[in-house]
Design a protein around this ligand. Structure first.
Ligand code: SAH
Length: 362
């Protein structure tokens, strides 16, 4: 693969128009190419039959099209499906399909591995291998929608698979613009949710984006003392700064910021933690999504009892917060939050940590 050949799957339509023009082609073919790739799932230029044979021959020389390949597919008893996908360089990622949240949701990865090293997350143990390209991020939607025959249906995406989306800002935002394109999937930003551990400069940049996904913040603790132990990035961007950025974040009338809170037994699940959390979020247009830990070997924490989860939720609800408890999906196939890890990046089907979500669906 040569860098002189742009990847058709990584270009926004406006970029594709320019690339076509630079090569002596008409700009309007970008629309046709988008329709083939995104609406019809065709990635072989030769099969794009409303383009002239001559144009197809040129395009095949001038561009590449990369598409993640399905290496393994596993179905949970709850209907969740985990896809192990192989990229052009042999690296592997996982994407998860969650069928009924109540809408259909694809949980996408934005990086191979992750640099954030949150102490309860398996993906964090991998470290960062590399960023995904926009084509690899949007490509997960193409592949899953094709494999599940959902190309013509409405679905949501959550950027909650492997990686920290705001640590791969440009490619993530480009992928969202590609998915939003009216000649492609035409996905509304309201069907997109970006989950971040709070990379503040990127969050502030996102507040000015034309295509703005729903925002979820992985908070996990109400104080710097506690959050610093769980989320290493907190030493750089602390709780007060994150909440201040959230208060300023432009939200449409009905929308709220989701605060994710992984519950770890005896660590961040006390009544005092709940009270402090309620206080911290008072006046913020928020909803809290409690995620009882998905335990795994090598993760030095335990999942709290259902009673402890209920008590925590109750305290928040009594203080006027909107609370939900995330159902753990696909745990039997290690597709649940914090369980996506592709080991060694070898060919062996990996175990990766994916996120399932039970909200932001309509
Ligand atoms: N990097 C982004 C998105 C990926 S993780 C972020 O941190 O927000 C999606 C969610 O799953 C995050 O809230 C993350 O903290 C949570 N998670 C990670 N490991 C988990 C585990 N073992 N059990 C439950 N949730 C976990």
């Amino acid at each position: 693969m040569s860098s002189s050949q742009p990847d058709l799957a990584s270009l926004e339509r406006a970029e594709l128009e320019t690339a076509l023009e630079e090569r002596g082609h008409k700009r309007f073919h970008a629309r046709q190419i988008f329709q083939w790739i995104y609406r019809r799932g065709v990635t072989d230029v030769a099969a794009m039959t409303d383009l002239s044979r001559e144009l197809r021959t040129s395009l095949a020389d001038e561009f590449i099209v990369t598409t993640p390949q399905i290496v393994a597919r596993e179905r949970s008893t709850d209907g969740t499906e985990k896809f192990l996908l192989q990229l052009a360089d042999g690296r592997q990622i996982e994407s998860v399909f969650i069928p009924d949240t109540p809408s259909m949701t694809f949980c996408l990865s934005t990086q191979v591995g992750c640099a954030m090293a949150c102490t309860f997350c398996l993906t964090g143990k991998m470290g960062l291998v590399r960023n995904l390209t926009a084509g690899e991020i949007a490509g997960q939607v193409r592949v899953l929608a094709g494999a599940l025959d959902l190309r013509d249906r409405k679905f949501n995406i959550v950027l909650m698979g492997m990686g920290e989306p705001l640590h791969n800002y440009d490619e993530t935002m480009r992928a969202l613009r590609i998915l939003n394109d009216e000649h492609g999937f035409a996905m509304s930003p309201r069907r997109m949710t970006l989950s971040t551990v709070g990379v503040l400069p990127a969050l502030e940049r996102m507040a000015r984006e034309p295509i703005m996904p729903n925002l979820a913040i992985s908070l996990h603790a109400p104080t710097d003392a506690l959050r610093g132990q769980l989320v290493p990035l907190n030493k750089k961007y602390g709780v007060a700064d994150i909440i201040a950025a959230c208060r300023k974040f432009p939200l449409s009338k009905r929308s709220r910021i989701t605060f994710e809170y992984v519950l770890l037994a005896g660590v961040n699940d006390s009544t005092e933690d709940a009270r402090q959390l309620a206080k911290l979020l008072s006046g913020v247009k928020s909803k809290v999504n409690l995620i009882p830990l998905n335990a795994a070997p090598g993760i030095p924490f335990e999942r709290p009892s259902d009673a402890a989860v209920d008590r925590f939720a109750q305290i928040l609800a009594e203080r006027g917060l909107v609370v939900s408890v995330r159902k753990s999906r696909g745990r039997d196939i290690r597709a649940a939050c914090g369980q996506l890890i592709v080991e060694g990046q070898k060919r062996a089907p990996g175990r990766v940590l994916a996120a399932a979500i039970d909200e932001n669906s309509r």
